[in-house]
Write a protein that binds this ligand. Structure first.
Ligand SMILES: Cc1ncc(C[n+]2csc(CCOP(=O)(O)OP(=O)(O)O)c2C)c(N)n1
Ligand SMILES: [Mg+2]
Length: 319
């Protein structure tokens, strides 16, 4: 599949922005500016980027506790994201959601979710909604390898298949659910192999290679948009940092992490773009500098924003 130059550059810019956002979040969290906990997407940038590259603004995504990258790729503004993480009133959810609960329907972000696997049937519901309203909207559900062992995975994908809904299910298999390796939680080599039991395509893709993800997701999104129903994609990837910031990481070896870091998706893609002469070294450096400056201004915006007032605590809350 030939990818338009503009799209190739968008993907590099997006991955770079995700990486720089997450690095900055790590620093701000360590400095005590972010309450609660944060789960960073560093190492997995190619998955959100290559998949969301196919979506239109009105399409939907459903995210996870590790959701910053999905939101940035879907058009999230990093100042409002940073403010939300800082629990400030100018954040996407008025500072009441935090890292794990950002939603913004204007850009099709149905939400992130702290309850593992809970987003999968929500994505199925969004697919049903698109069909009932007669739109051509596609929904992508992101979830982890751990979530693929939760009952909602079966319920959500089975129903989407039976009703032929326009949903793409993307498992980000980073080999661990907190400290549990997939070797202890799965008795099959690939999560994607489960697709056969739903009668839908199951595709394994190298999640460190953004163009590979782009190709696999392109077919799946086209199928969904053409009324051919869901696809299960499994992207093999790795998180370079702990499960959450502050994780001791005692369950992984330094060698394993170093080995995966040789496949850094941002570096690999940069090398590819230089080789293809899509960008010059100077242009990649400029994109990186812009991303760093963007995160400086996002942090400034968050720091200078007010906290919500105590009397606003019950506003915009529903149950
Ligand atoms: C239903 C449920 N069970 C357990 C937890 C605690 N928990 C939070 S993240 C996580 C692991 C999720 O692993 P995975 O789905 O592979 O996502 P990853 O963190 O690797 O991106 C667990 C068990 C939870 N939040 N929700
Ligand atoms: Mg995982």
């Amino acid at each position: 599949m030939a990818i338009a130059k503009e799209k190739l550059i968008w993907m590099f810019r997006t991955m770079t922005r995700i990486r720089r956002f997450e690095e900055r979040v790590a620093r701000e969290f360590a400095d005590g500016n972010i309450p609660g906990s944060v789960h960073l997407y560093i190492g997995e940038e190619a998955v959100a980027t290559g998949a969301i590259a196919h979506l239109k603004k009105e399409d939907y995504i459903m995210s996870t506790h590790r959701g910053h990258g999905h939101l940035i790729a879907k058009g999230g503004e990093t100042d409002k994201m940073m403010a939300e993480l800082f629990a400030k009133k100018t954040g996407y959810c008025l500072g009441k959601g935090g890292s794990m609960h950002i939603a913004n329907l204007d850009i099709g972000m149905l939400g992130a979710a702290g309850i593992v696997g809970s987003g999968i049937p929500i994505a199925t519901g969004a697919g049903l909604s698109a069909v009932m309203r007669g739109t051509d909207q596609v929904t992508i559900a992101f979830f982890g390898d751990g979530a693929s062992n939760i009952g909602r995975f079966h319920e959500g994908i089975n129903l989407a298949s039976v009703w032929c809904l326009p949903v793409v299910f993307i498992c980000e298999n980073n080999l661990y659910a907190v400290s549990v390796p997939t070797s202890c939680s799965l008795n099959i080599p690939n999560v994607a192999d489960r697709a056969v039991s739903y009668g839908i395509p199951g595709v394994v893709v190298d999640g460190m290679d953004v163009t590979a993800v782009y190709e696999a997701a392109g077919e799946a999104v086209a199928r969904a948009r053409n009324g051919q129903g869901p696809t299960l994609i499994e992207a093999k990837t790795y998180r370079f940092r702990g499960h959450f910031e502050g994780d001791s990481g005692a369950y992984r070896t330094k060698e394993e992490i170093e080995q995966w870091m040789t496949k850094d998706p941002v570096n690999l893609y940069k090398a590819k773009l230089l080789e293809m002469k899509v960008l010059t070294k100077k242009q990649t450096e400029d994109i990186d500098k812009e991303a760093l400056a963007e995160m400086d201004s996002a942090v400034k915006f968050a720091l200078e924003s007010p906290f919500p007032e105590p009397e606003e605590a019950l506003e915009n809350v529903y149950s």
